[in-house]
Design a binder for this molecule. Structure first.
Ligand code: MN
Length: 221
């Protein structure tokens, strides 16, 4: 019996130790996020716990900052790895869209819609343009490449289950530029040469509001 307690005690120690390391690692990834912001002033979320029994998240936020862009975020290793896409995503496989890597965001940011007040980093309205889950489909020699490895290698192939965006996509990093990637639709049943979802969908997928409505309703915090 004593042996069993000793084993349980050790198991708990290992659990706490590994958990601690994972937490420090995650906090470390969000340092840039916290440095750039005063969350009390900006009203953006901190790192809150998210339901663990679920698929990996993606979100695309339309962001009316000094230059309008679309923030594309994929959940990788407990944070939202992020890219700013000036023109927004395209479902036309011939239209490669520049995606500039930005700082990792906390998972809770996927639910953020509102206005970042003047004087704060990225001031302006933020709309949840599309959201859902995604699946890693990056294979090499018949084996699935873990997402953290994909990030290092600069190629991520994934399948989106969004309200607007569906099907296969790939993100590919430029060879000579660590921050610049291309988001490309892989040809499948969800691809289209003529449809432009950025032009067609001007309202939030969660609240149905336009950018102007979000700015008007949440501008005065
Ligand atoms: Mn942004």
């Amino acid at each position: 019996m004593k042996k069993l307690y000793w084993f349980l005690f050790q198991a708990v120690l290992v659990f706490v130790f590994v958990g601690g390391i994972a937490m420090v690692h995650k906090k470390g990834r969000l340092v840039d996020y916290y440095i750039k912001r005063d969350l009390v002033a900006s009203g953006e979320p901190g790192d809150q716990p998210v339901d663990s029994d679920r698929d990996t998240l993606f979100v695309i936020q339309k962001h009316g900052a000094s230059h309008l862009h679309f923030d594309f975020r994929l959940e990788i290793d407990g944070v939202l790895v992020s890219w700013a896409i000036p023109k927004g995503p395209s479902i036309n496989p011939a239209q490669k869209r520049l995606a500039v890597r930005t700082e990792d965001h906390p998972l809770s940011y996927a639910q953020f819609e509102g206005v970042i007040p003047e004087g704060n980093y990225g001031a302006g309205p933020v709309m949840i343009w599309d959201t859902g889950t995604f699946k890693n489909i990056t294979y090499q020699d018949g084996l699935l490449v873990p997402l953290s490895e994909c990030l290092k290698k600069g190629v991520i192939e994934f399948f989106l289950h969004g309200s607007l965006l569906k099907g296969r996509y790939v993100l590919v990093r430029f060879k000579n530029d660590k921050k610049s990637w291309l988001l490309i639709k892989i040809d499948d049943q969800y691809a289209s040469l003529s449809e432009d979802l950025v032009k067609k969908h001007k309202k939030s997928i969660v609240s149905g509001r336009t950018m102007i409505e979000i700015a008007q309703q949440e501008g005065e915090l």
